[in-house]
Design a protein around this ligand. Structure first.
Ligand code: FPP
Length: 226
C-alpha cells in the first residue's frame, strides 16, 4: 500500500537568492515566486489524492526584513489574492489562511476575508497560505484560548484550536536549507520531510510529482512497527 499525500506543506525558500543570482532585486524573486504558488496550487487542485496544500508565505519572523521588502510582500499578497480569485473558483479551491491576521493592514485583512468567503463553498483542494504564521505563535494562541475557555486539555481539543487541525503528510522545503523555521510544528509531528536545493522560483510540477512518487514509497510507521 502506498502513502497518500493528503496534506502537503511547503516552505518556499530561495526567492531572494534566485533574483540576486541574476543581478535583480530580491523583490523580483518574490514576484516570480508568486507565479509558482499559482502553478503548484493549480496542479495540486487537479490531483484528487491531495486534500490540502499549506504554503509558508510570511512568517512571524519575516517582519524583521527591510521595510521595503516587507511592504512589497504585503502588496504582492494583496495583488495575488485579488488577481487569483478566478483561479480559486475555477479550480474549486477553498482559501483557508492560517496565522495571526490581525497584524496586517485593514485593507489586506479585508482582501483576505473576501477571498476566504468567496471560496468557502469550494469543495476541492484547501489551499492555506500561512500569513504572519509561526508554529510557536499558533500553539501559544491556542493555549491562551483554551485557558480562557477553562476546558480540560486533550489532544483533540488542542488540534481543533490550532489554526490548522490537519496533520501534514509531506513537508517540502526548497532552497537548500534543512530546517523547519517554525513551520507547522504540531502538525508535522509525523510528516515525511523532503529537502531540495531548487530555489522556489525554479520549483516545478515535475519536481513536485517526483517528490510525491518518492513519498509514496516511504514506509510510515508513526512510532509503531510494520
Ligand atoms: C523565502 O524566500 C520566501 C518568503 C519569505 C516568502 C514567500 C513568498 C512568496 C513565495 C511570494 C509571495 C507569495 C504569495 C502567495 C503572493 P527568501 O526571500 O527567504 O529567499 P532567500 O533565502 O534566497 O533569501
Amino acid at each position: 500500500m502506498s502513502n497518500n499525500p493528503s496534506h502537503i506543506a511547503i516552505i518556499m525558500d530561495g526567492n531572494g537568492r534566485w533574483a540576486q543570482a541574476q543581478d535583480k532585486n530580491r523583490t523580483f524573486g518574490h514576484e516570480k515566486g508568486s507565479e509558482v504558488v499559482r502553478t503548484i496550487t493549480t496542479y495540486c487542485a487537479k490531483n484528487p489524492e491531495i486534500d490540502r496544500l499549506t504554503l509558508y508565505a510570511f512568517s512571524t519572523e519575516n517582519w524583521k526584513r527591510p521595510k521595503l521588502e516587507v511592504e512589497f510582500l504585503m502588496k504582492l499578497l494583496q495583488k495575488y489574492l485579488k488577481q487569483e480569485l478566478p483561479t480559486y473558483l475555477e479550480g474549486n479551491i477553498r482559501f483557508q489562511p492560517i496565522g495571526d491576521l490581525s497584524a496586517f493592514s485593514t485593507s489586506l485583512q479585508s482582501t483576505i476575508r473576501e477571498v476566504k468567503e468567496a471560496t468557502q463553498h469550494c469543495t476541492g483542494l484547501i489551499q492555506s497560505l500561512a500569513l504572519n504564521y509561526g508554529g510557536r505563535d499558533e500553539i501559544i494562541r491556542a493555549a491562551v484560548a483554551l485557558q480562557a475557555a477553562q476546558t480540560p486539555i486533550s489532544f483533540d481539543l488542542i488540534s481543533q484550536t490550532l489554526d490548522c487541525d490537519t496533520d501534514v503528510d509531506l513537508l517540502i522545503r526548497t532552497g537548500g536549507d534543512h530546517r523547519l523555521s517554525n513551520f507547522m510544528l504540531w502538525q508535522s509531528a509525523y510528516a515525511e520531510l523532503f529537502f531540495t536545493d531548487t530555489l522556489w522560483p525554479e520549483f516545478t510540477t515535475d519536481e513536485l510529482e517526483k517528490i510525491i512518487q518518492k513519498f509514496k514509497k516511504v514506509e510510515r510507521r508513526f512510532g509503531g512497527l510494520n
